[in-house]
Design a protein around this ligand. Structure first.
Ligand SMILES: [Fe+2]
Ligand SMILES: [Fe+2]
Length: 309
């Protein structure tokens, strides 16, 4: 992409964009503490999130590579600084989820198989797309993680039906940061492209991945771990309850957020139209207070990338 393609776009956050810090974490996961029914005490819905944990590390690598490539074309030093923060946050998400995924492998999750499949889909599929399409895909992925983060922050109780503190800390930290940086990829896309049909294409590809491929992987997990489950009535009851929690129109993770998901298709959409500042303040205090914060035992260091002209 040449710099000649840059059009006039002023991010809605321009001039008042909050600083996005990079936090180094160390959870030291232990496989013996893993709760396989972490999400609302269900196996099937939890498997979706665990499949997401495996696949999202590949999505994060794509976000990192795409953001790093396109940063060079940006003129605004604040947006450049924020892109560096996005890259830093995603790099640590990917590293921490990889460590978590290693503990899943110890519980007979198909981690090696899913890594192999994702590696091929990304290497020979997504990473071969033109740069601008990758940029649009990045913005689309970040929209879905922003929707998920907002849902999680509004439904804090979903994290507390488990005694698995580290898994809770992992997801709460990740969701906090997804919400912190939710406008950055979008602002880069609008600054360097802004093409609406292309934005919709990236959204469609992200939707296909997150709402079709990942659930497919999630659905296979319980059966892969123990095929005889298919004969158990208890398992099918779990599937039924899980589907309500995932796609139910009232409380489902994706069922109750359809409007937010589709809002991305508005021509003048911006991630900050969905104001999460009050939630961010609440969670920063709850998670990062040096004495009482849930994340404090796992936080190694925190810094804001330098502003460079
Ligand atoms: Fe992330
Ligand atoms: Fe993200």
């Amino acid at each position: 992409m040449s710099t000649a393609t840059i059009h006039q776009y002023a991010p809605k956050t321009a001039g008042k964009a909050p600083e996005v810090p990079i936090r180094h974490m160390d959870f030291k996961f232990d496989a013996k503490d893993l709760d396989t029914t972490f999400f609302k005490d269900t196996e099937f819905a939890t498997a979706y999130f665990q499949a997401l944990s495996i696949f999202l590390t590949f999505g994060e690598e794509l976000v990192i590579d795409t953001a790093r490539y396109h940063r060079q074309f940006l003129k605004d030093p604040v947006l450049k600084q924020r892109v560096t923060a996005l890259i830093g946050q995603e790099a640590i998400h990917s590293k921490m989820h990889d460590e978590f995924n290693d503990t899943l492998a110890e519980h007979r999750y198909p981690v090696a198989l899913y890594r192999f499949l994702a590696d091929n889909v990304f290497e020979y599929g997504f990473k071969k797309l033109p740069n601008r399409m990758q940029l649009s895909l990045m913005a689309g992925i970040e929209h879905f993680t922003a929707v998920l983060a907002e849902y999680m922050m509004k439904n804090e109780e979903v994290f507390y039906e488990t005694g698995d503190e580290k898994q809770r800390a992992l997801w709460m930290w990740h969701m906090l940061e997804e919400s912190e940086h939710k406008d950055i990829a979008y602002d880069v896309y609008e600054t360097l492209s802004g093409n609406y049909p292309l934005r919709v294409s990236g959204f469609a590809l992200a939707a296909f991945t997150i709402m079709f491929l990942v659930p497919l992987g999630g659905a296979a997990i319980p059966v892969y771990r123990k095929p005889t489950k298919l004969l158990s009535l208890r398992y099918w009851k779990d599937v039924k309850t899980s589907l309500v929690f995932l796609v139910g129109p009232k409380e489902g993770v994706y069922g109750s957020t359809v409007k937010h998901i589709l809002d991305y298709l508005r021509r003048d959409f911006h991630p900050n139209d969905h104001d999460t500042t009050a939630y961010l303040e609440y969670y920063k205090e709850k998670l990062l207070n040096p004495k009482t914060g849930l994340l404090s035992p796992y936080l190694v260091k925190e810094f804001v990338p330098k502003l460079r002209a």
